[in-house]
Write a protein that binds this ligand. Structure first.
Ligand code: PLP
Length: 357
């Protein structure tokens, strides 16, 4: 079966098999990783190796702290303003879809939010050129969503935020291609797409941005506290952290983000080319900003949706239903989706269109 779910998403089979083989007895310790003290030498080694592998994969220098936090990406929507506003009151946000909107709504509880640009008037089918953004030099930070998982809209550029720290929700694009981390003040990513199990959220923060949390910030949301304690101020999500480490090792074996980027570009191109070349299917996104990770598409007749999904399920092409807010279909093709999965989907789509189109 090929699982096209947007998240929790398919994980590399090799990773799941390794986890299975180590589940009851991790390397002769007689314990599952799940049962280990987070302060044991064994687990500290697992945790540090995972961080080191992530640093290598993403090219993260010592100027940045890497935090393994909990509460998913959504908890960061509040954690970011609580920590980064410092003595400022306002922050800039770019609105390109449902996840941007959620980040904006939560930030408004703490900050004077300036929506510097929005593509809502286009139905979130494009990204406004940076030349028309109304950003402010005195903003505490500039937040954007490089890949809108639901809309399937992805930036093909990194915004230039000048001296203002750039903050990115990379939940659904992290590790899918090379990115220059040095351009960012903070990157965060919910794990359940390209990293591992849900609940875990990885935060990469430039160290000079630590230590600015508002006084009333919950301790568990204070980046300085989490950094000072090696993400072990409390009991971390140990098993998720371990699984993320296995995914990072797998990624390194695949050739890292450079190789992933080439494969992902090829997978996405194939699928979009097929959709564009077939009258029965359509994708509404400005071709320049089509996501490599999440490919929404509609059928010529919505009345055929359930039949399409039933046929897909029968072939082991799972979870193609679009997000409830936009309808239609969505194929999420993260790092762990093999190219054969995309080929199998295209074959099925071609057959379905021929029979029912
Ligand atoms: N941001 C983006 C871009 C997402 O795709 C998601 C989840 O799918 C989230 C945030 C929320 O993540 P979580 O469910 O881990 O809070």
């Amino acid at each position: 079966a090929f699982n096209f779910c947007a998240g929790p998403a398919t994980l590399p089979e090799a990773v799941l098999k390794q986890a299975q083989s180590e589940m009851l007895d991790w390397r002769g310790t007689g314990m599952s990783v799940m049962e280990m003290s987070h302060r044991s030498d064994e687990f500290v080694n697992i945790a540090e190796t995972a961080e080191q592998d992530l640093r290598e994969l993403a090219g993260i220098s010592d100027d940045y702290a890497v935090l393994f936090m909990q509460g998913g990406a959504s908890s960061q929507f509040a954690t970011i303003p609580l920590n980064l506003l410092g003595d400022k009151t306002s922050a800039d946000y770019v609105n390109t879809g449902i996840w941007s909107k959620k980040a904006i709504a939560e930030a408004k509880r703490y900050a004077d939010v300036n929506v510097a640009a929005s593509s809502e008037d286009t139905g979130f089918t494009t990204i406004p050129e940076q030349s028309v953004w109304n950003t402010r030099a005195d903003a505490a930070y500039l937040h954007y969503t490089p890949n809108e998982t639901i809309g399937g809209l992805e930036y093909d550029f990194i915004p230039d935020s000048g001296d203002v720290p750039l903050v990115a929700d990379m939940s659904s694009t992290m590790l899918s291609r090379p990115v220059d981390v040095n351009k960012f003040g903070l990157i965060y990513a919910g794990a359940q797409k390209n990293i591992g199990p849900s609940g875990l959220v990885v935060v990469i923060i430039r160290k000079d941005l630590l230590g600015k949390a508002r006084q009333q910030t919950p301790t568990m949301m204070n980046y300085q506290v989490i950094a000072d304690n090696g993400s072990m101020y409390n009991t971390p999500a140990t098993y998720s952290w371990y699984l993320a480490g296995l995914v990072f090792k797998w990624l390194k074996e695949q050739g890292g983000v450079q190789a992933m980027g080439e494969i992902n570009a090829r997978k996405a191109r194939k699928l979009y080319d097929f959709i564009d070349g077939n009258d029965f299917y359509a994708n509404p996104i400005d071709p320049r900003f089509r996501s490599w990770m999440n490919v929404p598409f509609t059928l010529a007749d919505d009345a055929l949706n359930s039949e399409f999904l039933k046929g897909a399920d029968a072939r082991g092409l799972l979870n193609l239903k679009g997000h409830r807010s936009v309808g239609g279909m969505r194929a999420s093709i993260y790092n762990a989706m093999p190219e054969e999965g995309v080929d199998a989907l295209i074959d099925y789509m071609a057959e379905f269109a021929k029979e029912r189109g």
